[in-house]
Design a protein around this ligand. Structure first.
Ligand code: SF4
Ligand code: FES
Length: 371
């Protein structure tokens, strides 16, 4: 393990603030931890504004206001205004079901730069079932139109999986229809809630190949009008993604109660302890905290990563996935074909995707997670 941060450690490019874990939706792939934090533990407005001051002073460029549902915080406008006043680029990641014209106007007036709205499907019945929130899809459509009318930049976040991939062409049309400048086609990632629901969500290899072809064709067809980002489920890949751009290299997350995390799923890794912005300055946590140092850089790597030419390209893949699939966060991500666990993971993906489970474990406090 590294004892001290690398010389000349750069600040994170972006910080993601999980302002709250409260959310009206119950998506079965939510990126929040299985142990959701309660409202009474959330940082107060003055604590969040101090975090924004510290982030700006460190040289952070972007702040993502996320959750849960960040618009459930009535001080969101004040936080956006504070961040904008510190010169930070502000992005709101929202389900949009609580947004109306007045709230969007207030956020725009506060200096919000960009809104990212998640869609569960291209049509209401599927979307409302997946999100566990009747009427949600119609509210999202209305809010997306208001965001455009307010002159804000809009990204659609299409979270894709086995139960909605047949609607990928319609999702792309929806993004065009709503005037989004960017569409993120993000296959579900399997940690936390997504992992608990993997058997109901993981696509077949045939579906994944069709989706990739659809995205590639749409990128060409809509060039200059719509940018399409594409995040694949790497169970079927030969090499893993550089999760978070490498552990503790570019990003950090802060939980509703102020815990500073190297990624949204980091609490799924046993044995790591996370410091809190209420107790220590953000810059000191970024540079020195044990959880950030644990997998920063390449010093922690085992073989085959240690001697691999891609060690500083994918940084050994995803630590949370290594723990979830191989039982040890300090191993090569089993999404890598060079990992001894890769074959078993691939077989699991194929078996679960063909078995056809449909029922979800919805995200909620007290949900019963199957072993
Ligand atoms: Fe990446 Fe490690 Fe696989 Fe090399 S062995 S490609 S560094 S995960
Ligand atoms: Fe935690 Fe990838 S989600 S390192």
């Amino acid at each position: 393990m590294n004892a001290s941060p690398p010389e000349g450690l750069a600040p994170p490019l972006a910080v993601l603030l999980e302002l709250t874990h409260r959310c009206p939706l119950r998506c079965p792939y939510c990126s929040n931890p299985l142990e959701l934090e309660r409202a009474r533990g959330e940082l107060a407005t003055g604590q969040w504004t101090r975090v924004l001051d510290e982030a700006a002073a460190m040289g952070v460029l972007q702040v993502h206001f996320s959750g849960g549902e960040p618009t459930a915080r009535t001080d969101l406008e004040a936080l956006v205004a504070h961040a904008a006043g510190r010169g930070l680029y502000t992005n709101l990641i929202t389900s949009a079901v609580l947004l109306d014209r007045a709230r969007i106007a207030a956020l725009a007036a506060a200096g919000l730069d960009h809104v990212q709205i998640s869609f569960q499907d291209s049509e209401a019945a599927g979307a409302d079932r997946i999100g566990g929130y009747p009427g949600g899809h119609a509210k999202k459509l209305a809010a997306a139109r208001e965001v455009k009318a307010a002159g804000l930049a809009l990204t659609l976040n299409a979270v894709m999986h086995r139960q909605n991939l047949h609607h990928l062409p319609e999702m792309i049309e929806l993004a065009l229809d709503l005037g989004a400048g960017r569409l993120e086609v993000a296959h579900v990632q399997y940690y936390g809630w997504g992992l608990a629901n993997r058997a109901a969500l993981i696509p077949t290899r045939t579906q994944l190949e069709a989706a990739t072809a659809t995205v590639e064709a749409a990128r060409v067809r809509h060039k200059g009008r719509l940018v399409i980002d594409y995040v694949v489920p790497d169970y079927y890949a030969r090499r893993p993604k550089a999760c978070m751009g490498g552990w503790a290299r570019q990003f950090l997350n802060i939980s509703p109660s102020g815990k500073v995390l190297p990624c949204h799923a980091a609490e799924s890794i046993p044995g790591l302890s996370f410091e809190n912005v209420a107790q220590r300055p953000l810059a000191a946590i970024w540079a020195q905290s044990e959880a950030f140092q644990r997998f920063r850089g390449t010093g922690w790597m085992p073989e085959p990563c240690r001697s691999c030419a891609r060690a500083e390209i994918d940084w050994g893949g995803c630590r949370c996935q290594a723990f979830a699939l191989a039982g040890d966060a300090a191993l090569t991500d089993p999404a890598c074909a060079l990992s001894p666990h890769h074959g078993a993971v691939l077989a699991l993906a194929e078996a679960e995707s063909e078995a056809g489970r449909e029922a979800f474990v919805y995200r909620q406090i007290g949900a019963r997670i199957p072993a």
